[in-house]
Design a binder for this molecule. Sequence first.
Ligand SMILES: [Zn+2]
Length: 225
Amino acid sequence: MDAAQAMDMIFSAEAVAQGHFYWGAFHSQHRVETHRVFRHPENVATIAMDIFESFESTPVDAVITPNFRSGIQLAHEVAGRFNAQVFAGDRVAGVIRFARGNIPAPSGHVLVVDDSIITGDSFSQTLRFLERIGATCIGIGVFVNRLPEEMKIEIPMRSIVSLEKTYPLVDISKGSGNCRLCLEWSQVQTELALIRGDPPSDLLRRRATFEPRIGYDQWDYDNEY
Ligand SMILES: [Zn+2]
């Protein structure tokens, strides 16, 4: 499938959220909510087939995803095509954890799959983990690639659509002034600090827009439906 078809999937699922998102020191005003795309099994099947075809000449014993929440559907579909086993980790307080006894065999050939690659942190943690257990990573397959160009990784990667220019990330470790949304947020905070009593609705709206939200998958559990 080509990038235009992938964008079509993203837009028809209304999967681009706007706001002030951060992944560690990387900030962006867009988050691609792949779970909206993956709600449609036919989308997952199409993406998985593409990733399978990109790696089918290499033996794959296991597919692993660092992302129990949003990568597992795709990892499962890809693993099925290789007739491989599937394993999933989860991000706990910033660290990707794999449950004891639920890890690929040492000396296995492993394909790493996730919904997206953003800062590459989940992947580097997963690659270090595979190295520790003695497994070999043969490649990476993702739907959305937002990794900044200067951070390219050395492992063969198939990403269906590259959005690092469309929805760029700003690295605030080089100064928070690099992020326009951080500047807006600090203005909102200053104005809020000056107000006694109820803030006006326009200030509350700006607060809702500019308050930083973590970009990594966090499920808000809401029982008030
Ligand atoms: Zn920011």
